[in-house]
Design a protein around this ligand. Sequence first.
Ligand code: SF4
Ligand code: SF4
Length: 97
Amino acid sequence: MAELKGWKDIPIGGLITEPGSSKKFNTGGWRVMRPIYDRSKCIDCMMCWIVCPDMAIIQEDGIMKAIDYDYCKGCGICASVCPKNAIEMKPETEFQE
Ligand code: SF4
Ligand code: SF4
């Protein structure tokens, strides 16, 4: 995980001085619940892709591919809208080594 800046290092007012800089921050590090995707149940309806607030659903040509854990914050919205229960939320502690 990237080293966090101190308050003296942050621009006054928390201004964003560089466009597109959010890509550098792996916000998935905040996650306490992890969405687990089951391809065998998925019908590629793309509901999860539409509602994900972090653009963490990876799709290609209308086919659901994966979840980008670098940016997924574990909100669970994708799991709640999936009509086939193809996404299950699990505690991050289950994945810690
Ligand atoms: S849990 Fe939230 S942030 Fe993560 S993929 Fe689902 S909708 Fe997106
Ligand atoms: S909402 Fe569920 S069924 Fe639809 S694309 Fe996402 S994982 Fe697949």
